[in-house]
Design a protein. Structure first.
Length: 215
């Protein structure tokens, strides 16, 4: 069972951190707080996954700079900015860089909790989608070089006879390869195989409607 997400509060205002942490704990969240962006970065390696509540203006390293650093690390935890000094250009930059929300202090309990729940739900959906894609890529990676060639041609609607000619082999061999490809990809239909090819980037678009599965 996956661990519950943790809310990471990064803010140089000690009284604000205390108040927000208390509110979040009462609301059922596990909370970890940091007095600076640098202290958060130092703890990142051992930190539990979750959502980051991030102040924009802090000494040393600001919130937007921390967001940039996390992007360089390919770190994808959702970020919600909170600031008492925000402006529209700043919020636009944060959102364009992938922030989930940009809230002005003081923020109401309802607004904050809704933003957190929305951010966590969206991140979970994205993670699930990525996990599915990784699983499909793993299946495709089990194909031998020749099976991969057959797969690439078959999902483009090439009939077995043409695939055999292109690869310099027999139709019987191509049929055997197709059968193994379907088994390794764990699919029952040609349409499912095409769907996998599209999702892993082997096909840039769907085949034309008149494409037939040649067997």
């Amino acid at each position: 069972m996956a661990a519950a997400p943790v809310i990471h509060v990064v803010d140089d205002d000690a009284s604000f951190r205390t108040a927000i942490s208390r509110l979040l704990k009462i609301s059922g969240y596990e909370v970890t707080d940091y007095e600076s962006a640098s202290s958060f970065l130092r703890a990142l390696g051992n930190a539990k996954p979750g959502c980051i509540l991030l102040d924009v203006k802090m000494p040393d390293l600001g919130g937007l700079q921390l967001q940039d650093e996390l992007a360089k690390l390919s770190h994808s935890w959702p970020i919600i900015f909170m600031t008492g000094h925000g402006d529209i250009p700043m919020s636009v930059r944060a959102i364009k860089a992938g922030a989930e929300d940009f809230l002005s202090k003081p923020v109401s309990r309802e607004t904050l909790l809704e933003a957190i729940e929305r951010a966590l739900a969206r991140h979970a959906a994205m993670q699930h989608k990525q996990d599915q894609l990784d699983s499909l890529k793993s299946l495709v990676s089990t194909l031998t070089a020749r099976e991969a060639e057959v797969f690439a041609l078959m999902v483009r609607g090439r009939p077995n006879k043409q695939i055999a000619h292109l690869l310099g082999t027999s139709e019987r061999t191509v049929k055997a390869h197709r059968h193994v490809v379907m088994q390794k990809l764990q699919v029952q239909s040609f349409a499912e195989a095409v769907s996998i090819a599209e999702r892993v980037g082997l096909l840039v678009s769907s085949p034309s409607p008149d494409t037939k599965d040649a067997s």
